[in-house]
Each structure stands twice: as structure tokens, then as C-alpha cells.
Unconditional design. Structure first.
Length: 273
């Protein structure tokens, strides 16, 4: 029986989504689940959800927990972790989802050695997320199992032995929902220009995005081949593809993703301050 305490610190967009999934899927015994945020109104959403603990007292939550999942903003990581150095249990597993904060920084600031750094994306809230993660060698098999039980319910997860791949994940899937939302929004605007109402245009473009994504995923199609199948020779879709290629849409996308990647890397510290 799992008697370990799991606490989630920070119940903003990401933390509350992860907490919702844990509760809905029954991943963790509710009496051993502690949800903590400084703002009492962030806790309201979790009232009457069973025998879990809701608190604004971060230190008490951390002191009691074998697993501490930190979902606070990156700039808050250093003061929060250094302030709790003496509070963490010796055997505590720290899980951080903070963008750009390295395992080394987390270790230096917290003095904990068992650390998992994960990079989910927002669709994790629905169980359709993509999460890349890495772990220090000190994380035990059992702790990895506990983490994988949680992350597995957020969507697809991928382990990387090399931490730098988390910056690639940040640029591809962390920022990725924006890329698809942007294109969907642009398509809808064009639909409006062509006479549709905004609601009609958005319904059409969102359903098209969902349908294409479902086909690619569930039929395990190669996206490049799928482009070729839909853009059949001499057809209407091919006309659009010709413009994409002539005007270099691929290059624009690459520049955008590279720029996000370099921004993720640039937040890496040169020294463990
Ligand atoms: N949103 C995404 O798409 C996404 C994707 C991948 C990773 N992440 C990472 O997830 C983390 C959280 O992002 P978010 O978008 O959920 O941010 P957010 O909405 O700002 O949520 C952070 C929450 O943490 C609370 N908090 C701060 N310090 C605390 C403390 N000492 N104890 C308890 N609660 C505390 C904040 O309260 P106050 O407002 O009072 O400070 C806020 O409610 C970030 O590090 C981000 O890099 C986010």
C-alpha cells in the first residue's frame, strides 16, 4: 500500500491541472495528497474533492512529504528552495516542472540529491500532454515508478538521460500548443474574410486540427507522407502546398523553433549561483 505523502506546491495553470488528473484518475491515495498554494483562492477549486489536505503553509507541506512536486514560476525557484533547505526530508524526491531551471541549480539551491526535472505542456491538463523528463542517478527505482505513475496519466512521456534534450522539448512541445493555435487562429481569420462567422470559422479550423492530429496519432502516420496523401497531384490542396514551399514556410517554422530553443538555453546558468 502506498503510504507516502505527495505534495504539489503551486496550483497555477500547470500545478492545478496535474492535481486534477491525479484526483480524477485516482493515482494517489487522497489522504496522502497535499495541495499547497500561497493564495487561498487557488485552493477553492479543490474543496469537497475528498480527504486530501489543502494548505497555504508551504514549509509544513514539504516537511511531511516524500515527494515534492514544484510547480511555481522559474524565478521563484531559488528563493523557495534555498528557504527550505533544512525542511526537506533526507529521502525526499523533488520533481520540478520549472522551465529553464536545471537539475544542478535545483540541487544547489535545495541540497537535495533525488531530483526529477520534467517539462510537460498545457494539454497535460486533459491527459493529452507531452512530457520530457530526466532524473539524477540518486533517484531510486521506486521513486521513478511513483513519478511514472503520475506522468503517465498526463499523456505521453519520454525519458532523456541527457538534460539538454529538455530544452529541445521546451521548444517543440512546451511551446508547441502555441504553434498549432496560431495557425488555427490564422486559418479562422481567413475563413472570416471569406464570409464565415468567427464561430463557424473557429469550429471548422479547430475540428480540422483535431481530426488531422487524431489521424496522424492513431493511424501512426508519417506526417510528411500524410501531407503527400492529402495534397494529391493536380488537386486543390497541392496549390496551397506549392505556396508554402515557394514562400518558405518550413524555414519560418524552423527559425521560430530555433529562437525558442536558444531562449531556453540562454536561461542556463554559467555558474551555480
Ligand atoms: N503553463 C505552461 O504551459 C507550462 C508548461 C511547462 C512548464 N511550466 C512550468 O510550470 C510552472 C508553473 O507555471 P504556471 O503557468 O502554472 O504558473 P502560475 O499559473 O503562475 O502558477 C504558479 C503558482 O504557484 C504559487 N506559488 C508561488 N510560490 C509559492 C510557494 N512558495 N508556495 C506555494 N505556492 C506558491 C503562485 O502563487 P502567487 O501567484 O501568489 O505567487 C501561483 O499560484 C513554471 O515553472 C513553468 O515554467 C508551465
Amino acid at each position: 500500500m502506498n503510504t507516502q505523502f505527495l505534495c504539489i506546491i503551486g496550483l497555477g495553470h500547470m500545478g492545478s491541472g496535474i492535481a486534477d488528473i491525479i484526483i480524477e484518475k485516482g493515482i494517489w491515495p487522497l489522504k496522502n495528497l497535499i495541495l499547497c498554494d500561497l493564495l487561498p483562492q487557488q485552493l477553492k477549486h479543490f474543496e469537497n474533492r475528498g480527504p486530501l489536505t489543502l494548505t497555504t503553509k508551504t514549509q509544513a507541506a514539504v516537511q511531511k512529504s516524500q515527494i515534492v512536486l514544484l510547480s511555481i514560476r522559474p524565478q521563484e525557484m531559488k528563493p523557495v528552495l534555498t528557504g527550505m533547505q533544512d525542511i526537506f526530508r533526507n529521502d525526499a524526491l523533488l520533481v520540478s516542472v520549472a522551465a529553464g531551471i536545471t537539475v544542478r541549480q535545483i540541487g544547489d539551491w535545495s541540497r537535495c540529491q533525488k531530483i526529477i526535472r520534467a517539462m510537460p505542456n498545457l494539454p497535460a491538463r486533459l491527459g493529452y500532454g507531452m512530457t520530457g523528463w530526466t532524473a539524477t542517478p540518486q533517484v531510486t527505482k521506486m521513486q521513478r515508478c511513483h513519478f511514472q505513475r503520475i506522468v503517465g496519466q498526463l499523456g505521453v512521456d519520454m525519458y532523456f538521460a541527457e538534460e539538454n534534450f529538455l530544452n529541445v522539448i521546451t521548444a517543440l512541445s512546451g511551446s508547441g500548443p502555441m504553434y498549432f493555435a496560431y495557425i488555427t487562429s490564422e486559418l479562422a481569420k481567413i475563413g472570416v474574410k471569406m464570409g464565415l462567422t468567427l464561430q463557424e470559422a473557429q469550429t471548422i479550423t479547430k475540428q480540422t486540427l483535431l481530426g488531422a492530429s487524431m489521424m496522424l496519432t492513431y493511424h501512426q502516420l508519417d506526417p510528411g507522407e500524410f501531407v503527400g496523401q492529402v495534397a494529391s497531384r493536380g488537386g486543390t490542396t497541392e496549390q496551397a502546398l506549392i505556396i508554402f514551399e515557394k514562400q518558405g514556410l518550413g524555414r519560418i517554422i524552423e527559425n521560430a523553433v530555433q529562437s525558442a530553443y536558444h531562449h531556453a538555453i540562454s536561461t542556463l546558468p554559467s555558474s551555480p549561483d
